[in-house]
Structure formats: structure tokens, C-alpha cells
Design a binder for this molecule. Structure first.
Ligand code: SAM
Length: 646
């Protein structure tokens, strides 16, 4: 067995026997040779009474299934099909949380699922969204977000340690206990109990006494039932109505949430919550969404993956993969505003070239490639010739190629995201203060006061001023960083076919303009554009990509347009997403924060909006605990006492 470097994970070793997949590692079949789909229904779907229970799920509520052993995804698709048959209300959601130690390669998944013509459309959607084989938690939004799959690539015990969820029903799959004891230790059963809601049910193909006893010891009432095909027995179980303390994340459906800030973070969160049936009021001082840092004509989906595969790199990678899936799944064209635009859709998957523009960056990329193993559908090294072919602009630098990345039109996207019903918008409403009274937040704007049981601040660099913390207790360590972009008309630059990133980025042209930038001005607070910033952008772009000009770089006499925005960064350059409650000296219960995205807003915001929506609705979290810890807003708070000492 070859030792893989992170974040790669060993894939399933499949042997196809008469067209049916078998695991060479475990010497067992993934499903019954005679009729795997009927087996799934007999063993998992019916004993958990899913048809009856799905039909009772209220609008805005969620049903959660946990599974051990994702394998080919057959059980998942069968549950999804049953969910569709039950025709639940429009804002009800099915969550499926599963774990897989040896994920199938996409081609094997496709081949295995092709065995079930009646599941073809669901299989196609799953295969299209199936993540690259890298360790950790992956969230997929399927069926327009009505079905959400959280798939953890790793060992079962790590998954149940890392994931936050409570299941209504369980499918215990995972090869026979005798062939695969790693799936069935007592500790795994205890974790299943810990992740179960009251009256949770479970079903498993095995009838092994040790498994039954372990589940009984954890509080499940177990009984035998007739197995499928030649198997005599299987096990079915349930938790009694009151097995002890209520599960922690039984959160009531939110009645209404106020979001302050209609940039990319606020708009994505508003859309996400509205799709879950939560009424949202979106408030912004500007006349329209995407008026701040999210308002640029173009933005690239770009992260710099760290040389070390630590939590920071994992967060960047999760954000990148989720946002690529998210933008790719948006309907095209999204809105009238875009269908009118010659460029069509918001999202352009052109690929992205990260240039090794100097010796230091070349060595950094070399170390990155030596220490890590990324699947080529995430990132792969390219030499200067390949980079020239891929981007269409001659370069003498090698670099990294992100095949599934690209660029989008952030302001247009913001406008489009908030169109659906369920989102009330209050533009031209500068927020003056937030105050908590009783169980409500009161948000005073220049024109009116809005009250909501929960509020989320997505105010970019305005966020610290909005958090009602008395400065004598301390402050939040956020800082605004000015960024000016320059618009280069297509009679000045050649149009690259892909995004090119180095000390500056340049995008393919959109409606006759390519955006380049941005400056990184720590000590300039001016919202006005200036010539020096344009010059800086052009000089840096010229240094990294001299072949970009059709003739020559624009001179100082040439009038250039552009835009100024302010990124919001934190002291550790990591985003902040979550509840503010634990800040000393202030009652910030039910107040949440989503900001600090720096220049990576387009990459981080979809995943963090999904996470925050999960938290607000008490649904399974898309982020594992280690990353939840990483983005906790409290880490950005600096108490006054500490300030005096240092
Ligand atoms: N439910 C699957 C389906 O619908 O195709 C079939 C599951 S198959 C019988 C069992 C799966 O459990 C295999 O894909 C195997 O790689 C996975 N597995 C085995 N041991 C594991 C472990 N310790 N942690 C996580 N997954 C494991």
C-alpha cells in the first residue's frame, strides 16, 4: 500500500464481477448481486419507515439520515428517491450524513450507479457534484438545495468526532463485521447514540450478536427482522421517546432573521436561509446590493493553498471546492440583468493559472508539490508552455493550474441572489445601532427600526462599528484594507482565456473590459480612486505578464477607470463566522457574524453562508469541528485587560 501525502485519500480498490462492484480490500460486495436497490429498500428504507416519516416533515423542517459506509451511494439515492416520492413541502430538506474511508473514483461511482436506470437523473446529479478524493468533510447541495449530502472522507470514528449533527434515522452498512471490524467498534456505536435524536431509528443488514448488544448497551431497543434474499435475519432498532437529555442541536425553526450588509456574504446567506423557508430582512446603507467590496465587475475564485496541510489550508480548500460546486450549480442565466448582458452568466469556469512569478514563489510551489498530493481536478503543475496554451497569453513562468476555477461578476450575482420571495430588502437604510431588548434585537436605521429574534452582521469593514460592545471591555481585531482595481479596455489588453494570478490578477474580458488589481493599501483610507494606484496595478501586471498588452502598457496620460473597495481582514487573516455570544461584557446572544473574508470573499462566502445557515436552523453542520473552531468570531475579540498588559 503506497503512503499518500495529504490531502489525498486512498480510493476504493474495486473488482468488477459480472458487472457488480466488489471491494478487493474487504473481500465483500457493495450490495446484493441479485437486486441491490430492492435490498436497500428492504434493509434500510422500510424498517426506518421513511415513506411515512418523510410525508410528515413540515415546511421549513429537516429530516436527517446518518449512514456508515457511503460506498457507491446507492442507499443515498434510494433515500433521495423516497424523499421525492413523499413530495414534502417546498422548503423541507433531507440531510444525509455519511462517511467513507475508501471513496470510489468518480468513474467507478458512475459505472456502479448506471446499474439503476430508475435512479439515472439522481445519479447524474450526484456524479457531477461528487468531490475530488481529498480527506475531510464535503457538503453537496442537490435537488436545488432540498437534499444536502455531507460526505466525510476518512475513518468512521474521525467522522463522528468531527461532524456536528443529530440523526432521525440510521443506515448501518459497512461490510460484514467479521470482514471489517473497523466499522463496528463499541465506540462507533456510542457515537451513533450521541448523534441521535429522540426516537431515532436504525436498521442494519447484520444480525451479529455483538453489534446488537453494543447498540442495546447504548440505549437502543433492538429486535431481529427478516433479512433480504438468502440472509435470514437483520437488525432494527430505535431509541425510546425519552432516552435522557435532549440532543443539543434541536433548534426551533427561526421565525425571522435580520441580515445587515448586502455584499456577497449577506446575499448568499439571505438566499440560503430563504431557500430553507426562513423569512429574511436584508438591510444595507447603499441603494443596491454589492455596493461595497463585492461590487467589482469581476472577481476571481482564487486561494493560495498552504505548503503545510493544516486547518488553514483545509479551510481554504473546502471553501474553494464548495464555491466551485455552488457557482457551477447556479441556473444560467440567473436573471434579467444577466440575460441582457452580452456575457450571459455570472460564473465563468475558465480555469485559473497561479503564476510562479519569481524564484521565491517558484520554490514555494515546489515545496507545496513535494509535500502534498492533490488530485489533478483540483490543482496540477504546468510549465510555461502549457500555461501559455491554457491562458492564451505568452509567459515564461511555470505555475499551478486550477482547472475548475474561474471568475464571476460579483455585483450581478448579489443582485440575482436576493430575487427569490422570502427576502425583504431595505436599501438606503444606514444602520445606526443594534440593541438587545428581551428576546429581540432592535436594529435602528435612519428610517425605521427593525426587530428580529436573531441578527447577523455581514457588514465587511463596517462590521466592528456595528457590534454593540463597549470599547472599555475590548475590541474586535478587524481592519479595512483598501483595494483599487483598474479596468483595462479590450483595445489595450489581449483577452486571456483563463484567470491569471500573480502579484496582480487579470481576468478574461467581460463586456469589453478586463479587470486587474488590486492594490493592498494598509495606510490609505480614501474611497477615491487615484492615479498612483492605477500605475501600481499596471506596472505590476506588466512585470508579471509583459505580453498582455496589444501594443504597449497604458501611459500616465491615458485616462483609466476602476473602482475602490475595502476588504475586511482579521488579525490572523482567517474569516469569522458564527455566534458572538461568548464575548465578555456584552449580551450578544442571538447575534452572529460573517465577515473578515479579506480578498477571498468569493471563495469563502458560499461555504460560510452555508455553515451559518446550518447553525441558525440547527441542521447538520457542513464544517467539521476543527474548522468551526478556526472561524469562531470570539478569537478576534481582544479584551481590554489583555490590551493593557501588552
Ligand atoms: N452504503 C453503500 C452503498 O450504498 O453502496 C455500501 C457500503 S459498503 C457495504 C461499505 C463501505 O464502508 C465501503 O465503501 C467501505 O470502504 C466503507 N468502510 C469500511 N470501513 C470503514 C471505516 N472504518 N470507516 C469508514 N468507511 C469504511
Amino acid at each position: 500500500m503506497t503512503q499518500l501525502a495529504p490531502p489525498a485519500i486512498e480510493s476504493a480498490d474495486i473488482r468488477w464481477h459480472d458487472g457488480i462492484p466488489e471491494s478487493r480490500t474487504f473481500g465483500d460486495v457493495y450490495f446484493n448481486r441479485d437486486n441491490g436497490l430492492e435490498e436497500t429498500r428492504h434493509v434500510f428504507i422500510r424498517p426506518n419507515e421513511l415513506a411515512r416519516r418523510f410525508a410528515r416533515v413540515a415546511d421549513g423542517a429537516a429530516f436527517v439520515i446518518g449512514e456508515t459506509g457511503f460506498g457507491t451511494g446507492l442507499n443515498f439515492l434510494a433515500a433521495w428517491q423516497e424523499w421525492r416520492r413523499a413530495n414534502p413541502p417546498p422548503c423541507a430538506r433531507l440531510h444525509f450524513v455519511s462517511v467513507e474511508r475508501y471513496p470510489l473514483q468518480r468513474e467507478d461511482l458512475h459505472r456502479a450507479l448506471a446499474l439503476w436506470p430508475e435512479l439515472a437523473d439522481l445519479a447524474e446529479e450526484l456524479v457531477a457534484q461528487y468531490p475530488p478524493l481529498v480527506r475531510g468533510a464535503h457538503r453537496m447541495r442537490l435537488d436545488n438545495g432540498r437534499v444536502r449530502l455531507t460526505l466525510f472522507f476518512g475513518d468512521v470514528l474521525d467522522a463522528w468526532q468531527e461532524l456536528e449533527f443529530n440523526a432521525d434515522a440510521w443506515f448501518l452498512d459497512g461490510f460484514a463485521p467479521a470482514l471489517n471490524p473497523s466499522m463496528w467498534p463499541d465506540e462507533a456505536m456510542e457515537q451513533i447514540r450521541r448523534h441521535s435524536k429522540r426516537e431515532a431509528t436504525l436498521a442494519t443488514f447484520t444480525s451479529v450478536g455483538r453489534v446488537r448488544r453494543a447498540l442495546e448497551n447504548c440505549g437502543f431497543q433492538m429486535h431481529k427482522a427478516g433479512g433480504f434474499g438468502r440472509k435470514r435475519d437483520m437488525l432494527v432498532g430505535s431509541l425510546p421517546p425519552d432516552p435522557g437529555p435532549a440532543p443539543r442541536n434541536d433548534v426551533p425553526q427561526p421565525k425571522g432573521i435580520a441580515i445587515i450588509g448586502a455584499g456577497i456574504a449577506g446575499c448568499l446567506l439571505a438566499r440560503n436561509l430563504a431557500e430553507r423557508g426562513v423569512p429574511v430582512t436584508l438591510i444595507d446603507a447603499a441603494e443596491q446590493p454589492g455596493a461595497g467590496a463585492s461590487g467589482n465587475l469581476q472577481g476571481a475564485l482564487y486561494v493560495k493553498l498552504g505548503v503545510e496541510f493544516n486547518a488553514q489550508t483545509q479551510l481554504a480548500l473546502s471553501g474553494l471546492l464548495f464555491s466551485q460546486r455552488y457557482y457551477a450549480s447556479l441556473p444560467e442565466p440567473l436573471s434579467e440583468s444577466l440575460s441582457e448582458s452580452p456575457s450571459g452568466s455570472c460564473w465563468h469556469r475558465t480555469g485559473l493559472f497561479q503564476m510562479a512569478h519569481n524564484e521565491q514563489e517558484r520554490q514555494r510551489q515546489q515545496r507545496f508539490l513535494e509535500r502534498n498530493q492533490y488530485p489533478a481536478d483540483i490543482v496540477e503543475p504546468v510549465d510555461a508552455g502549457a500555461a501559455t496554451d491554457l491562458t492564451g497569453i505568452e509567459t515564461e513562468h511555470s505555475g499551478l493550474w486550477f482547472h475548475n476555477s474561474g471568475w464571476l461578476q460579483p455585483a450581478a450575482l448579489c443582485r440575482d441572489l436576493i430575487r427569490p420571495p422570502g427576502i425583504t430588502t431595505l436599501f438606503s437604510n444606514p444602520v445606526e445601532s443594534l440593541a438587545r431588548n428581551g428576546n429581540q434585537w432592535f436594529i435602528a436605521t435612519q428610517r425605521q427600526t427593525v426587530s428580529a429574534a436573531q441578527a447577523v452582521i455581514c457588514g465587511g469593514h463596517h462590521s466592528p462599528a456595528l457590534i454593540p460592545v463597549d470599547s472599555q471591555h475590548g475590541h474586535f481585531r478587524f481592519k479595512p484594507i483598501r483595494g483599487q482595481v483598474t479596468h483595462l479596455p479590450d483595445h489595450v489588453v489581449k483577452a486571456p482565456r483563463a484567470v491569471i494570478c500573480g502579484p496582480r490578477y487579470i481576468n478574461p474580458t467581460c463586456d469589453g473590459v478586463a479587470v486587474t488589481g488590486a492594490t493592498f493599501d494598509l495606510h490609505n483610507a480614501s474611497p477615491e480612486m487615484n492615479e498612483a494606484s492605477h500605475r501600481e496595478n499596471i506596472d505590476e501586471l506588466h512585470d508579471m505578464l509583459p505580453a498582455i498588452w496589444l501594443d504597449q502598457a497604458p501611459g500616465p496620460d491615458q485616462h483609466l477607470s476602476g473602482r475602490v473597495g475595502f476588504r475586511c481582514t482579521t488579525h490572523d487573516y482567517q474569516p469569522a463566522a458564527g455566534a458572538l455570544a461568548a464575548v465578555p461584557g456584552a449580551d450578544l446572544r442571538d447575534l452572529f457574524l460573517l465577515t473578515g473574508l479579506g480578498s477571498k470573499g468569493l471563495t469563502y462566502a458560499p461555504l460560510l453562508a452555508e455553515y451559518l445557515a446550518d447553525t441558525l436552523t440547527g441542521e447538520p453542520a457542513c464544517l467539521p469541528r476543527s474548522l468551526i473552531k478556526r472561524v469562531r468570531p470570539e478569537r478576534c475579540f481582544r479584551p481590554m485587560a489583555q490590551e493593557k498588559v501588552s
